[in-house]
Design a protein around this ligand. Structure first.
Ligand code: AMP
Ligand code: GLY
Length: 419
């Protein structure tokens, strides 16, 4: 079987490494992949948003199954285009990917179907938004409607900051058209949990829970990033809470999307906050999380390709989705300065003893030498029977990876160990 994976980050590297365990797969292409992914797949220089070229490549190379991993191509309709060309595909179509593509859509969906989430108002002009902020409860949360590279959320501690956030999104257009509409919502508190779930539009099978670490620096200080590390399972996510989430959030969301004629197939990511009033949805993503995937898939004991194809074919109910009882940890190594300005092009050394535990996000191959090429360079992972051991193994592995100007958080999993 020939499989292609659209995307080129650590998440895609984790998906590809897991797919490789299936011996029926003879060839994996990554579009575009990256210098590290090139160790595990053949990289093809086609961008994640170049849907026309993806379709042409898939047809020409007789691809048997395609996995569209990033949000952008999903929201732009890559799955629709590939499916129309006769290529079976993992991921939601454009109509369903809107659950991540528009925060206004997802908030209105939750309100309509009584799915617990933060209270909110939607604004399509800055004057109304600013007027509302005169009396809104503070802190408050301002969200750009559309995709914004994971940066479209501003938590404002003062009225002044909140107004400035609205101005920067709606007037200065720092996120382009994504900020034409904004959601202003209630500030919630509580532990955060990421739950990725496979669904074929009828059945939903959640994966093992995980916890991201979004801030750049130890102690949850510094700027928000794409994620500096993850652990799984998330200790706050007990069996009791999982049952509540299934009943009040997961199943209702699948049903709601069907009701709206937007049946969702693929991986639906639930970003949850466990508040004193029960679990609430912070965000939906229409795809695997990054770097959550890097701890979730290593614990998957069932075959990934079989599950993915079951989501496409509508046979998920009969398909085994089994996770190990162990734990996993991922420590992201980033370029100093990330998520702001940073330098790239440094030699990247990965000791062969840990190569299978490293998921590369930002690197390129130059004359057969790996060089850093991004803010988040890679994630170093490991698994063990418990979280403490998984963390210490992952941090040991970090010592076997090096590049100039590397930085990483030293406290991934610390909060989880205390929980
Ligand atoms: P997102 O980009 O949607 O993942 O949001 C980034 C982060 O902002 C989340 O992981 C939360 O920590 C925080 N956040 C988003 N919405 C809220 C909210 N209503 N209350 C408190 N924190 C929030
Ligand atoms: N780790 C958060 C995300 O993938 O959006």
């Amino acid at each position: 079987m020939k499989v292609m994976v659209v995307g080129g980050g650590g998440r895609e590297h984790a998906i590809i490494k897991k797919l490789k365990e299936n011996k029926e797969i003879t060839k994996i292409f990554a579009l575009p992949g990256n210098g590290g992914i090139a160790m595990d797949a053949e990289c093809v220089n086609i961008g994640a948003k170049d849907i026309a070229a993806q379709v042409e490549f898939a047809v020409e190379n007789k691809i048997d199954y395609a996995v569209v991993a990033p949000d952008d191509p999903l929201v732009l309709g890559a799955v629709d285009a590939l499916t129309d060309a006769g290529i079976p595909c993992f991921g939601p179509n454009k109509a369903a990917a809107i659950i991540e593509g528009s925060k206004v859509f997802s908030k209105n969906l939750m309100k309509k179907y009584n799915i617990p989430t933060a209270q909110y108002e939607v604004f399509n002009n800055p004057d109304d938004a600013i007027k509302y902020l005169e009396t809104a409860p503070i802190p408050t949360v301002i969200k750009a409607d559309g995709l914004a590279l994971g940066k479209g959320v501003i938590i404002a501690e003062t009225r002044e900051d909140a107004k400035n956030a609205v101005k920067s999104m709606m007037q200065d257009k720092i996120f382009g058209d994504s900020g034409s509409n904004v959601v202003i919502e209630e500030f919630l508190t509580g532990p955060e949990v990421s739950v990725l779930a496979f669904t074929d539009g009828k059945t939903v099978k959640p994966m093992i829970s995980s916890m991201d670490h979004k801030r750049a620096l130890d102690g949850d200080k510094g700027l928000n990033t794409g994620g500096m590390g993850t652990i799984a399972p998330n200790p706050y996510y007990t069996k009791e809470i999982a049952d509540i989430c299934m009943e009040t959030i997961f199943n209702p969301t699948i049903k709601a999307m069907n009701n709206e004629n937007r049946s969702f197939k693929g991986c639906l990511y639930f970003g949850l906050m466990l508040t004193l009033n029960g679990p609430k949805v912070i965000e939906y993503n229409c795809r695997f999380g990054d770097p959550e995937t890097q701890v979730v898939l290593p614990l998957l004991e069932s075959d990934l390709l079989t599950i993915m194809m079951a989501t496409t074919n509508g046979t998920l109910a009969e398909t085994e989705v089994k996770f190990s009882n162990g734990a996993a940890a991922c420590v992201v190594m980033a370029s100093s300065g990330y998520p702001q300005k940073y330098e790239s092009g440094f030699e990247l050394k990965i000791d062969s003893s840990v190569a299978d535990k490293v998921y590369v996000a930002g690197a390129k191959l130059e004359n057969n030498q790996l060089k850093t090429a991004g803010g988040r360079v890679l994630g170093v992972t490991d698994t063990a029977e418990n979280l403490e051991t998984a963390l210490s193994k992952a941090y040991e592995n970090v010592k076997k990876v090096s590049f100039e100007n590397a930085f990483y958080r030293k406290d991934i999993g610390a909060k989880a160990l205390k929980a």
